[in-house]
Design a protein around this ligand. Structure first.
Ligand code: PMP
Length: 435
């Protein structure tokens, strides 16, 4: 009987005792290739010496200083790095301890911005039906999965949802990508008009949809068209890159590839790469200036914001990625991974779609390729794949509820950026023994 209150207490978990590179080891000495980085977290793998050294060094100086008294050099340096690398003028970095906190901060920044400019009516958040933004009450409210929200509905703010950009299922055969993107942008515009443009604060979307859908990238021009609709009605655009950001797609910020700059962006997982809990919310000059020159006080905060050890770890992670040019490896290995998956599963009757960007790859499972019908949820295929892959020494991140939160199964792959060509082939080999 363990005393840790796990999310799923009925599943007994092995104890992880060691991690080295892309592998984890349990107390029986079994080794696993970490092909999902936990949940798209461990981008440098495990036990990276440069990161461990940076954490040790930070602990020798200062681990924690409350931000009402001090800043620290590592927090300033990390903010400087992020601000220089971020697209457009996302120049202001607010540190938090994880993804949900980053989303909460984004929602509050948006709301406070409108309060400061006396547009207090702007309170609605519009998000997408296929999305995950976190488990705290604000982030849960805007998340697209109705089943996850259900038990907590009386506690949640009212949020509004539009269709996701999910070409594999939703792009009509008669439509070009451009027409499909325009149709989705019109749907957002209709929703804004229905709510009343002067009441809408922000539209929130994952740049590449992660856990709920399995690495679904937007079609070209989708985000640009969405940006234009937001601008037309003075609605802020918040991109959630908690999973897809920090190099996972081969670009430090996933939206760079779409040529779009949001007003607010959230990052987490890959920022500290699992070495320390950390996230951040970046906003543009427009938002920052209004708050600083207005009330001068962001009405939000947590005890551990800008935690020095977390910032030191993240700085070391990000420096390593830059110095070793690992984003180029993410692009190359990502191509290889998708290529080998396509080859290996070319005739697999239940693999409907293989998609993604960089080392952020999704595989969607179906009854058959023609009908694209989802598998029977009672089969719990995603859970069986997870267990079987683990048996085969492979950690992958399969999920159910791909389509509407209840139906559909997919497998998410998000291996560390340090993967070699041989590692990728090994991952595909083990997966083909599993699926
Ligand atoms: N946003 C996205 C896109 C996520 O994928 C996640 C976590 N899966 C979160 C927010 C919440 O992050 P956390 O679990 O660190 O609170």
């Amino acid at each position: 009987m363990t005393h840790v209150f796990h999310r799923n207490p009925k599943v007994s978990l092995k104890t992880a005792v060691n991690g080295k590179g892309i592998r984890l080891f349990d107390s029986d000495g079994k080794s696993y290739i970490d092909a999902c980085g936990g949940a798209a977290v461990s981008c440098l793998g495990h036990g990276h010496p440069a990161v461990i050294e940076a954490i040790k060094h930070q602990l020798d100086t200062i681990a924690y200083a409350h931000t009402s008294f001090f800043t620290t050099q590592v927090a300033e340096d990390l903010a400087d790095f992020l601000q220089k690398k971020a697209p457009g003028n996302l120049n202001h970095v607010y540190f938090v301890s994880g993804g949900s906190e980053a989303v909460e901060a984004a929602m509050k920044l948006a709301r406070q911005y409108f309060v400061e400019i006396d547009q207090t009516e702007r309170r609605h958040f519009i998000a997408r039906r296929q999305s995950y933004h976190g488990n705290t009450l604000g982030a849960l409210a805007i998340g697209g999965n109705a089943w996850r929200r259900q038990p907590f509905l009386p506690l949640l703010i009212e949020a509004h949802h539009v269709s996701p950009c999910y070409a594999y299922r939703d792009q009509l055969s008669s439509e070009s990508e451009e027409q499909y993107a325009s149709r989705l942008a019109r749907e957002l515009e209709d929703k804004i008009l229905e709510l009343g443009p002067s009441t809408v604060a922000a539209f929130v979307a994952e740049t590449v949809v992660g856990a709920t859908a399995g690495a679904v990238p937007p079609v070209k021009t989708y985000l640009q068209k969405i940006r234009a609709v937001c601008d037309k009605y003075g609605v802020l655009l918040i991109l959630d890159e908690v999973m897809s950001g920090m190099g996972r797609t081969g670009h430090l910020f996933a939206c760079e590839e779409d040529g779009v700059v949001p007003d607010i962006i959230t990052i987490a997982k890959g920022l500290g790469a699992g070495y320390q809990p950390i996230g951040a919310t970046l906003c543009t000059d427009k938002i920052y200036d209004v708050i600083v020159n207005g009330s001068g006080f962001f009405q939000h905060g947590h005890t551990y914001i800008g935690h020095a050890t977390a910032c030191a770890a993240s700085l070391a992670v990000q420096k390593t990625i830059q110095e070793q040019n690992l984003l180029a490896n993410v692009l190359q290995r990502g191509e290889q991974l998708r290529g080998e998956l396509h080859q290996t599963f070319a005739n697999h009757p239940h693999i409907g779609d293989i998609r993604g960007r960089g080392l952020f790859v999704g595989i969607e499972l179906v009854q058959d390729r023609e009908s694209k019908k989802p598998l029977d949820p009672a089969l719990k295929t995603h859970a069986r794949i997870k267990a079987q892959a683990k048996e085969n020494g492979l950690l992958v991140y399969p999920m159910g509820g791909t389509i509407d939160g209840r139906l559909g199964d997919h497998i998410l792959l998000a291996p560390p950026f340090i993967c070699t060509e041989a590692d990728i082939s090994d991952i595909v080999g083990r997966l083909s023994d599993t699926v």
